[in-house]
Design a protein around this ligand. Sequence first.
Ligand code: GTP
Length: 353
Amino acid sequence: MFGFLKKSGKPEAAETPAPAAEPAAVPAGAVPAPVEAASPRASWAERLKAGLSRTRQQLGGGLASLFGRRRIDEDLLEELETTLLMADCGVDATQHLLDELRRRWKRDKLETADQLQQALSESLLEIVAPLEAPLQVEGHRPFIIMLAGVNGAGKTTSIGKLAKYFQSRGKSVLLAAGDTFRAAAREQLMAWGERNDVTVIAQEGGDAAAVIFDAINAARARGIDVVLADTAGRLPTQLHLMEEIAKVRRVIAKAEPSGPHEVLLVLDANIGQNALAQVKAFDGAIGVTGLVLTKLDGTAKGGVVAAIARQCPKPLRFIGVGEGIDDLQPFHAREFVDALFAPLPGTRDDADA
Ligand SMILES: Nc1nc2c(ncn2[C@@H]2O[C@H](COP(=O)(O)OP(=O)(O)OP(=O)(O)O)[C@@H](O)[C@H]2O)c(=O)[nH]1
């Protein structure tokens, strides 16, 4: 079913164009590491491993060259520090990991590089484990999920993937095309809704808050389980747009006093450490309750998950490792760390595996 509500009249709060997010800095002349391809039919574990290949090359490749020396000493730990920082683990998490490794090196009398790598993966798991808290949509009907983030972070495509994810778990879904600034985002959602038999509430132009308000009422009338509300991209520095999204949140609470039940901030993993500032800014404006980290497949900065865990911990609800409909899945700390330390193709360990 497909709903397209046309409204006329002046929008309550006009949205102004938000400039595109700054592209991720790539050093001039840098050749990105090749990305391993996983077949579309591969299991999630395989796709996760392939998707994390750039971070694995950054981390695992760095570790392999360090650990080739086979002796643990202070020089090696210092080089390890550089490797972790290059994978965007951030200063805080890197320091924490090194302190942990030094402690275990002495306490457990670690000798071989393999033992050190094992200790590193265990310490990393301890850091990121608290982020694992899969989103439960029971308890409210409709369960209202609002998505926010900077331009191009992957909000609209994530909504399509999430709709499919919830549908496959037996939930009915309704989409609110609250990105009223980018017409293509609305059309993208409408086309997706039509193909997948999901109702989309949209307006031509107009006000995001009004679209989402209508969508919540429509969902209630139709007994829908989950509402996914898109919003236009904005930078935290665009204060008027941050105020506008805070208003969207207040209007949702007017339509449904217990809502929104989840406020998801969508982050593009390519931004690395900038993710921390985005979490803090959006949290201040709209009270972020969960994160979606997209595009882990295109970046060597997957260590940012550790930085988030140490410096602005919020439940990491979903991670994205590709453009395919099934490439967005709940974050599980153990499988993430295992994928990160999986042997690189062509290495001795890979041949052994
Ligand atoms: N490789 C890869 N691409 C992704 C992933 N998630 C989203 N994308 C792509 O990122 C681009 C931007 O996604 P959108 O969903 O349009 O982003 P948005 O946040 O809605 O953008 P605005 O409406 O401009 O704010 C699209 O080309 C998506 O296919 C991912 O996990 N991996």
